[in-house]
Design a protein around this ligand. Structure first.
Ligand SMILES: Cc1ncc(C[n+]2csc(CCOP(=O)(O)OP(=O)(O)O)c2C)c(N)n1
Length: 328
């Protein structure tokens, strides 16, 4: 399955928007956190996990999704949230802890929740598996269309939630896809140290579902395999397990000294940056001109600037609001 020209440009635009958004966040993040680093202080309170480098996974999968489809993501959710169509202004405001945020500023960057486009995420590793399969089950029971995709990191596959959900989703033939983003590291623990199999797609055999491993952080290949899996799910043929080789260009979180990386690892990573690679391929294949891609980049930057300005200018929640929307 190959992406159309329009889909390719959509994928490129969403990759660029995600990258520009995270560049803006990275610039602002340390404001108010110096000279003594206190994670709770500053313009953007809390921890920050950037997804730069991993954008192909989000766009290659989400290019096939409709608004009614469901996505659950992780503590590293910006690229998927953007590709699923989450409101960028309200997402920025949520990250800044503002009243206008998607959850009134209560959740922050690890708890982006936008029911309008069926997107949720969680800072608990593996947590998105059950809710995504549950949402898929609800669509089946209500005879409504829709597939659910749970994005998780390779560090999450040793969680019980992963196995239990894959098993039930397979037994019940749910319209469910698990996409593992293999960025090689779970904080400072390498994949090799946490998992005895080299590739997690082999685990699909344990659940009786198809499994795929996609090499090279390649948005074209991801689009192809994800399209097959999503079409299968829509046709009532059940779940698929996909693992994608991807790269985390930054640290685990902002402030990570990255002492665990072997020397030179990052040099190679930056050469493999998927955004300039896709730009070059779009031009080489005749799918876009330099001018058209420049225009997309200008448009993405403007969207990001507008979202960041909205977040900065929004009010903080009133202290007494902390007692609303909670169980009392
Ligand atoms: C249940 C649970 N255990 C531990 C943690 C602490 N923790 C936060 S991120 C992380 C590593 C996750 O690695 P991976 O799933 O590969 O995702 P990545 O950070 O590479 O995107 C851990 C262990 C957590 N948030 N939840």
């Amino acid at each position: 399955m190959s992406p159309s020209r329009d889909e390719l440009l959509w994928m490129y635009e969403n990759m660029v928007t995600s990258r520009r958004f995270e560049e803006a966040i990275a610039k602002i993040y340390f404001e108010g956190k110096t000279p003594v680093f206190n994670m709770a202080n500053g313009t953007i309170p809390g921890e920050m996990h950037l997804s730069d480098g991993q954008e192909p996974v989000a766009v290659g999968v989400c290019a096939h999704l409709k608004e009614e489809d469901i996505v659950t993501a992780t503590h590293r959710p910006h690229h998927q949230a953007i590709a699923k169509g989450v409101d960028l202004k309200r997402m920025a405001a949520e990250i800044f802890g503002k009243k206008t945020g998607l959850s009134g500023g209560r959740g922050g960057h690890m708890h982006i929740f936008d029911p309008d486009v069926n997107f949720a995420c969680s800072g608990i590793i593996g947590q998105g598996m059950g809710p995504a399969a549950g949402a898929a089950l609800s669509r089946v029971l209500q005879k409504k269309p829709g597939v659910a995709v749970a994005f998780i990191g390779e560090g999450a596959v040793n969680q019980g939630a992963f196995h239990e959900t894959m098993n039930l989703a397979a037994v019940w033939k749910l319209p469910f896809i698990c996409v593992i983003e293999d960025n090689a590291w779970g904080i400072s623990v390498s994949k090799r140290e946490s998992t005895a199999v080299e590739r997690n797609d082999v685990r699909a055999a344990a659940y009786g579902v198809p499994g795929h491993y996609i090499e090279g952080n390649d948005p074209y290949k991801i689009y192809d395999i994800a399209g097959e899996a999503i079409a299968r799910a829509r046709a009532g043929e059940g779940p698929t397990l996909i693992e994608v080789e991807t790269y985390r260009l930054a640290g685990h979180f902002m402030g990570d000294a990255e002492g665990y990386r072997p020397e030179g690892e990052k040099d190679g990573l930056f050469e493999a940056d998927p955004i300039p690679k896709m730009r070059a391929r779009l031009i080489a294949d005749g799918d876009a001109t330099e001018a058209a891609l420049d225009e997309i980049e200008t448009k993405s930057q403007a969207r990001v600037d507008e979202a960041i300005a909205f977040a900065r200018e929004s009010d903080d929640p009133a202290p007494e609001d902390a007692l609303t929307s909670v169980f009392a």
